[in-house]
Design a protein around this ligand. Structure first.
Ligand code: PLP
Length: 460
């Protein structure tokens, strides 16, 4: 078969755009979860790749028949599981162009526009989220787009490790017992021998005195505290670690202080939520994920450093084949030096496109609407004698359980997840089961939360 020519491409692309628009329209009527068993998709696919190219129609037909039945409704308005990974039509449009341009923006010279658009868009976000102005590219710091918050935290751990002259078997990393598992994984990958899960208080936030005690004990043993992570919006319950008190401990021992605001950082586009992350001017690095809650489809994780010097010292290696006049001039940013891999996608385009399409006001409106829906759900739970919230709800994650205990709580979760219209993640905190309702779908409305609530209240 001949290679696909531009006329074919034009026709098929129109078909695909229609298909996507239909998908968006039909999705709310479909079940959130696919109805497949493990192995169903694999056994429907041939075990060997085709020798000859196949026509669009047959690929599309297999895609609809085999692949689509196994697609999970992350963009469904009844998606209340994990954290959202919301998307939007402008983001999809930009991704189409990104794929077409096929940029590999490892250095300025390999894509001046990808590099400079990323610099400008991340500078915009500093202002939009009320972050320290020193994090802009004109300051000592700067931002870069990483694949995921896990990658960004891993990177922060690597920078912290490189700043220390001590061997890695003496280095210690700290995060709260409620921190995301990516912190422990990152520490392991970065070669830290010691990782401490620091105790949390009754609000599930890190206890700064427990951190100070752990740091003191480690120093007493001859170990070297190198890294601490504060989380703004933990995965379990969106608990908020006290950044200023943690900075105090970090500063006293020269510890790198990283902030993981993967989900909740997006809420800072609304000035009224910034009270939850005071003291950022004292931290060393920060990550948040527009791919979670800012209508920018996965992947897009934004990583800022307050000072880019230690980042570059940790990662910059320049073999002859990557040398060029612009890089040598020192006047350009080569984002390959800001990440572990060499190659990088042009992710800034979709972020820029989304911000321009919705404007800061449109994005604030979405965040506020989700948080209002969550507050309304909390009020219903609090008015119900059979239910109790297990944590404060500063953002749009509602954590609750049945007062009769684990079995009754799991029964509610099972009913929700069998409803077809809603999907939640049950979890465990302090040895007890609870249900997380994470509100953040691009098209989630009060009617969707009402539908979820009908199942919850019918279960009491
Ligand atoms: N940090 C927090 C607080 C999270 O909730 C998550 C995921 O939900 C992560 C990190 C990991 O995010 P990513 O999938 O971008 O690595």
């Amino acid at each position: 078969m001949a290679p696909v020519n531009n006329d074919d491409f034009r026709r098929h692309a129109h078909d695909i755009v229609d298909w996507i628009a239909d998908y968006f329209e039909e999705l709310p009527k479909q079940s959130v979860l696919p109805d497949v068993a493990p192995g169903d998709i694999r056994k429907s696919l041939p075990v060997t790749a085709p020798e000859q190219g196949e026509p669009f129609a047959s690929i599309m037909s297999d895609f609809e028949r085999i692949i689509m039945p196994g697609i999970t409704g992350w963009q469904h308005p009844g998606w209340f599981a994990y954290f959202p990974a919301n998307s939007s039509p402008p983001s999809v449009l930009a991704e189409m162009i990104t794929a077409a341009l096929g940029q590999q923006g490892m250095m300025w010279i390999t894509s001046p526009a990808a590099t400079e658009l990323e610099m400008v868009t991340l500078d915009w976000l500093v202002d939009l989220l009320g972050l320290p102005p020193e994090w802009k590219m004109a300051g000592p710091g700067g931002g870069s787009i990483q694949v995921s918050a896990s990658d960004a935290s891993h990177l922060a751990l690597v920078i912290a490790r490189q700043r220390q002259s001590a061997p890695t078997d003496q280095l210690v990393a700290y995060a709260s017992a409620q921190a995301h598992s990516s912190l422990e994984k990152g520490a392991r990958v970065a070669g830290y021998r010691h990782f401490r899960s620091v105790a949390v208080g009754s609000d599930w936030a890190m206890s700064p005195s427990a951190l100070a005690d752990a740091v003191g004990e480690d120093c007493g043993r001859g170990l070297v505290p190198a890294f601490v992570c504060s989380t703004v919006g933990t995965t379990g319950t969106t608990a908020i670690d006290p950044i200023p008190a943690i900075s105090e401990v970090a500063r006293a021992e020269g510890i790198w202080h990283h902030v993981d605001a993967a989900f909740a950082g997006n809420a800072m586009i609304c000035p009224e939520f910034r009270r939850y992350q005071p003291g950022l001017d004292e931290v060393d690095s920060y990550v948040f994920n527009p791919h979670k809650w800012l209508l920018t489809n996965f992947d897009c994780s934004v990583f800022y450093v307050a000072d880019r010097k230690p980042l570059l010292e940790a990662l910059q290696i320049t073999p002859p084949y990557l040398r060029n006049a612009q890089s040598s001039s020192g006047e350009v940013v080569d984002y390959r030096d800001w990440q572990v891999p060499l190659g990088r996608r042009f992710r800034a385009l979709k972020l820029w496109w989304v911000i321009r399409s919705y404007g800061a006001e449109g994005l604030r409106e979405m965040i506020r609407s989700h948080i209002a829906l969550a507050q309304d759900l909390v009020a219903r739970i609090q008015a119900s004698p059979q239910l109790e919230v297990v944590a404060p709800t500063p953002f749009s994650l509602v954590s609750f359980r049945h007062v009769d205990g684990d079995e009754a709580t799991d029964a509610i979760a099972a009913r929700i997840n069998h409803s077809g219209h809603s999907y939640v993640t049950p979890s465990v905190i302090d040895g007890h089961r609870f249900i997380r309702v994470s509100i953040g779908g691009a098209n989630t409305t009060a009617a969707d939360v009402d539908r979820l609530w009908e199942v919850v209240s019918a279960s009491n």
